[in-house]
Ligand binder design. Structure first.
Ligand SMILES: [Zn+2]
Length: 353
């Protein structure tokens, strides 16, 4: 009796193993799951390598009189330096503002501290680079900057995206840099994801509604997963869209094709992630005529799980399907995909997002 059971179990296990070996490689697994850990490490390495070394000097912000603007910084211009020669950049992805001020050293800021409110500043540091002083400010959230100057001072006003725009969208092109995503017949997924995002940008740039759009990347960079999702959280975006393309788990070509959209099942709001994902799915499949593969729970994907705003991760098509791969690499199909996503954004706003 016992021997019989053992034999049965052995045969069952062998059959199960064989079935898995044959079926699993063709199973259309969402590839973002499989590559997430490795890509996180790559992105962190790339980010660290691109960081410029700032002095550890942390500058103080001295309080401004209460009657002055609450979210303003005020810099005294060095002798002989006009406001015109001040250069600055505002990197939304890292919430980092870099201000180049000629004619300063660290002692200068001991004598003339930066004035303002430090409520929204995480760190403020100073470095001397190429004969110029550079101040680096890391903010707690995404801000738009408005600047003005007079003969003595340079002023930075920090506005929330909602103070500037009616609606805010964050668009994420999957992968980038040393993380190519799925790779098939010399085509990297990261390039197709980006191509679709750049087509979408064309449409959004020409939209006449007051929509603020922030992109995690518009080139071959590779922000970390946390930077991607924090761009959405820290801009308090109305919608967060991540664009990917799918492949079978093994990367083998197969007949699996079509569009799927991942959503955050923990977000149970009526106008939440699930409803938005459904809108994306309907609009993209309608434009592309692609097979509707339905919604997929995405809670195990970092950027979905940690998104505090309605999120949809769109797997536009399968790079492991020959017909769809040929379509995905054509500009026409990329444009249609972008048009579908664009329609989804407008429809979501019409539905009250
Ligand atoms: Zn991907």
């Amino acid at each position: 009796m016992e021997e019989k059971t053992l034999k049965f179990a052995a045969v069952f296990l062998i059959l199960l193993t064989l079935t898995m070996c044959v079926v699993l490689p063709y199973f259309p697994e969402i590839h973002t799951r499989a590559v997430e850990a490795r890509e996180q490490r790559l992105a962190e390495e790339e980010f660290a390598a691109n960081q410029t070394e700032m002095n550890d000097l942390t500058l103080a912000v001295s309080d401004m009189p209460a009657e002055e603007h609450e979210s303003q910084l005020k810099l005294r211009l060095p002798e002989g330096v006009s406001g015109e020669s001040i250069q600055y950049t505002n990197d939304y992805v890292t919430q980092t503002i870099r201000i180049e001020i000629p004619g300063t050293d660290s002692a200068y800021f001991d004598s003339y501290p930066i004035m303002g409110s430090s409520n929204h500043i995480d760190t403020l540091s100073y470095a001397h680079e190429g004969g110029e002083g550079v101040i680096e400010i890391v903010m707690d959230k995404v801000y738009e900057l408005e600047t003005e100057y007079d003969d003595s001072f340079y002023y930075f006003d920090f506005l929330t995206p909602q103070e500037v725009y009616d609606k805010v969208v964050v668009i994420d092109a999957g992968h980038g840099g040393r993380a190519p995503g799925a790779t098939k017949q010399g085509v990297n997924e990261k390039d197709i994801d980006l191509a679709i995002v750049l087509q979408l940008k064309e449409l959004l740039d020409n939209n006449d509604r007051n929509i603020g759009v922030y992109y995690t990347r518009t080139d071959d960079s590779n922000p970390t997963f946390d930077q991607r999702v924090q761009l959405a959280n820290k801009s308090n975006a109305d919608l967060f869209i991540s664009i990917h393309n799918n492949s079978t788990l093994s990367g083998r070509m197969s007949s699996a094709s079509g569009t799927a959209v991942m959503y955050n099942e923990a977000d149970e709001k009526e106008l939440g992630s699930r409803r938005f994902a459904q809108i994306c799915l309907e609009e993209v499949t309608a434009k592309l005529g692609s097979r509707n593969r339905g919604l997929v729970e995405g809670d195990d994907i970092y950027i979905i799980r940690t998104s505090e705003v309605p999120v949809a991760l769109i797997e536009v098509g399968f790079m492991t399907n020959q017909e769809e791969l040929d379509l995905l690499r054509s500009e026409e199909y990329q444009k249609e995909a972008a048009a579908g996503i664009y329609q989804a954004i407008l429809r979501a706003f019409d539905e009250g997002y």
